[in-house]
Design a protein around this ligand. Structure first.
Ligand SMILES: Cc1ncc(COP(=O)(O)O)c(C=O)c1O
Length: 383
């Protein structure tokens, strides 16, 4: 299916419902391009399968579909060349819930946790809410291409106070799909200083055609020191179902996690909320490939139109583009300027790290029509 046909078939007007993204757009009279979900409805076969579950009316206690694990494992083998085992998999109510549970399971109060910023704000918020201490390593920005600052990371790990590193891979908001060598250098440092790695990989299905995603657990050498958060929630825009997986190959760590889940009565899986993940892994592959193509085209259009006027990330993964409007926002908060002067709602770069107030994060998972409108509106500022 080409991009135009895909958009004609799957784009949904969300402006009249309860969508968090579009409700705020309506209230502020802006085109909403903030928050990370998509303006496309799910594949017809997935909707049909869900309908048939609903229509049966049997809403008693339920187990997962018998082949849930087989389908989940098959997806990750096929798409990302990584083999997870059934017994490694635990469930949480979304990826942020997974972060909380991982922090509580593997660190103590006041322990240090390292993050590389700018970064999706709940990482920092969660660490702080759990009473742990944030160690922030600013990534190196080379004209919109962000990389780890290994020297700074090592300095922080050497202190002995950091017990865990929370990685976002692919990275939100800088759009990086890290190369094998980059991950290895990072993981070597973590291993050297006995720092556990938690890798949030919820954006791993949105990968631009010229990129290869490397799941942390595909690097076998480090397996005993890694916990991954994996979900279909970003891939197929399933945020409302709050369903996520935590993958822990190491038996000792897994036992600890299960114990913590038991204490908080939180390990059981919601079999209904798991269904959209299951059906999408079964039927949604072609849909996902189309979405990736649409995002790639949207990104190229956006970058071709505005890339020479402002600094922006080169999108490798996710549908989130990070751009610097410093030249035009004139020391004001760039997200506010875009709202007031361009009628666009985006995420404020300052929420991803201090010092990024002239940056904004824009969501490209929408129709080309909306992308063109956003570009036209930003052009007003550039002129
Ligand atoms: C990297 C990352 N992790 C977690 C989340 C939130 O996931 P959930 O809604 O499942 O808690 C997001 C949402 O944008 C995200 O970008």
């Amino acid at each position: 299916m080409n991009n135009q046909t895909f958009t004609e078939t799957y784009y949904i007007s969300r402006d009249k419902g309860n969508s968090v993204k579009w409700q705020r757009g309506r209230k502020e009279k802006c085109l909403p391009m903030w928050i990370a979900d998509m303006d496309f409805k799910d594949d017809e076969r997935v909707i049909e399968a869900l309908k048939s579950f609903i229509e049966k009316g049997d809403y008693g206690y339920a187990n997962l579909p018998e082949d849930y694990y087989k389908v989940f494992i098959g997806w990750h083998q096929r798409r990302n060349n990584v083999t997870y085992k059934q017994e490694w998999i635990r469930f949480t109510k979304g990826a942020v819930d997974a972060m909380y549970q991982i922090i509580y399971s593997f660190t103590e109060e006041k322990d240090g946790i390292l993050i590389c910023t700018p970064l999706y704000p709940p990482f920092k918020a969660t660490i702080e809410e759990c009473g742990r201490k944030v160690y922030e390593s600013k990534m190196i920005n080379n004209d919109g291409y962000f990389t780890f600052d290994y020297k700074d990371i090592e300095r922080k790990l050497r202190s002995g106070k950091v017990k865990m590193m929370m990685l976002c891979s692919p990275h939100n908001p800088v759009g990086r799909v890290f190369k094998k060598g980059e991950l290895e250098e990072l993981f070597d440092l973590c291993q050297k200083y006995h720092v556990l790695i938690c890798s949030d990989e919820v954006h791993s299905d949105i990968i631009m055609p010229d990129q290869e995603f490397i799941p942390a657990l595909a690097l076998k050498k480090y397996r005993n020191n890694i916990i991954s958060i994996v979900a279909a929630s970003k891939s197929f825009s399933l945020a409302v179902f709050s369903h996520s997986h935590v993958i822990i190959p190491n038996q000792r760590l897994r036992k600890k996690f299960i114990e913590c889940q038991r204490k908080h009565h939180s390990g059981s899986v919601n079999a209904f909320n798991a269904l959209p993940t299951y059906y999408n892994y079964l039927y949604g592959e072609e849909w996902l490939d189309c979405v990736n193509n649409v995002i790639f085209e949207n990104y190229h259009y956006f970058a071709d139109q505005l890339g020479s006027d402002m600094e922006m990330t080169s999108l490798e993964g996710s549908y989130l583009l990070f751009l610097n409007l410093g030249k035009y926002a004139k020391k004001k908060n760039a997200a506010e300027v875009l709202k007031k002067e361009c009628g666009l709602l985006v995420n404020d770069g300052g929420t991803f790290a201090k010092g990024y107030e002239s940056w904004v994060r824009i969501n490209l998972a929408t129709s080309m029509k909306n992308i063109r409108k956003a570009v036209r509106n930003i052009r007003k500022l550039v002129k």
